[in-house]
Design a protein around this ligand. Sequence first.
Ligand code: ISE
Length: 347
Amino acid sequence: MVENLRVAVIGAGRMGADHIQRLHTRIHGAEVAAVVDIDLDRAKAAVAHIPGAQAYATAAEAYESGDVTAVLIATPGFLHEVALLEALERDIPILCEKPLTPDAASAWKIVEAEQKLGRKRIQVGFMRRFDQGYVQLGGLVRSGELGELLMLHCRHRNPDTPPGFTNEMLINDSVVHEFDVIRFLTGEEITSVQVRLGKATSKAPSGQHDPQHVLIETASGVLVDVEIFVNAQFGYQVTTEAAFEDGIVNIGADGGPTVHRAGRWGGEVTPGFEARFGAAYDVEVQSWVDAALRNEIGGPSAWDGYATAACCEAGVEAQKSGEKVAVVLNEKPALYGSFEPAQGGAQ
Ligand code: ISE
């Protein structure tokens, strides 16, 4: 019988706490063995209700316990490089929240370190690949039923931003999802990014220019426009309209019941990404666990993390210059193969 994964979750913040809960209550084949957080009290609080799980202030201590066989990294992106290298040294399955790392050079270091192992150990947490709407849209693109995909119109709106959310993070932390999902939907690399700054909301914290209009082009010339609006106040919304030769497809529309009451009718807007993508996160983590038990990955790879980091770098440069900036990638190592849309585009 295959033993359950004993997972160390590194980072017990917003996303880490969500994954701890998911692993503990809904995911089969894995258990939370350890929670690592520099704030030990936060780690202790996170394991309090999980029998057999221990709290640590460093990943090294968790690994030394001998009770950890896999790792889920959910710290802020700038801390990922060190955590990834440490986990790769142990040659264990890794689920790393997006971004892989914040810039292309450090992401490439990770790709190189993984190649030395000779097998893919890292799955990157681009959960949109597991969202039903995106999966269905991807299926329509690949079936050719509506002809060629020509354009995508994406809207990415958050109610507000946490303290410390910088102007660059509109690209690095938010549009990084569109970069990945465009690659997933088209099966192509992105070749250029341009950012236009228009009239800004008065509701954004100082230092941010919000919203921004991001124009993206893929290798075959599919054009994508993204409205990234991270202080939109009303709630969380991610939608896409796809224009094909023979039709239009919309995904991400608000769902749920429409309530008529006191002379009004309407529904609810999801408050945040946990609610909007909750089901996708469940499928993503289960796919990781199932694949990890076979010593494989079940979703986007370190190559996807590297390619999106290169897009982010171009996007941040484009934010500053207003110019169209080319995305330049190193040659894809053989380990990552060709585009394979099954299993959330695992490569
Ligand atoms: C956040 O980190 C996410 O990953 C969300 O999906 C995204 O909508 C948000 O803009 C990011 O800050």
